[in-house]
Design a protein around this ligand. Sequence first.
Ligand code: SF4
Length: 250
Amino acid sequence: MSTQSSIEWTEITWNPVTGCSKVSEGCRFCYAERMATRLKAMGQKRYVNGFTVTLHADALEDPFKWKNPRVVFVNSMSDLFHENVSVDFIKKIFEIMARCPRHTFQILTKRSRRLAELSDSLPWPSNVWIGVSVENIRVIHRIHDLKKVVSAKVRFLSCEPLLGPLTRLPLDGINWVIVGGESGPKARPIDEKWVKDILTQCESKSVPFFFKQWGGVRKDLTGRLLDGRIYDQMPPRGPVQSQLQVMASL
Ligand code: SF4
């Protein structure tokens, strides 16, 4: 249950959990919900439950099948720390990640409180990156929860869809920031000033900055150039370079 990903900051998605529910403004036009609805209508067996949280034990071992090192986005179609994902299942996912050191796993959550609560009971191998979504100032508390995951090698922010200014990000202890505008038919506009302000904050703290996209109804037309350049910075990964790392260094 893996798919080559068109998401610019990863290579492949792995979805041992599908389905979710909305928690904040960033969820309003959730891409995963749209996809799950479509896949259910197409009769995909993984999505018979549509966007209801569903655990797929048979997908747990997928990472063992990928021989080459991969950058893997875990649960692009869900939120690993959703309240309906059992602690036991979360631990199984961490165990698999720990046993696959050749891959780099990226987990992104909006359930930062549950992440912080469970953090000490989870192993944090160096190939697991953990991030929180920060779409506007109302959810800035997620960063404080993220910082409680002291054992993670990489803690990152995904400011996407960026819905407002984030002028004073607490970046100490943060290793990576992704910024992007919303895309899709009802995309809410991003302001260039918000993006540049985050870039300035990252530069002043030497935090790698990744600008994913301007977004909009046709994201293929708006692209991802910021002042004429592509910002593709990422934290360093393990000893084996993945395809993405090689590309970023070219
Ligand atoms: S947390 Fe993520 S997957 Fe879940 S509803 Fe919100 S945007 Fe969608």
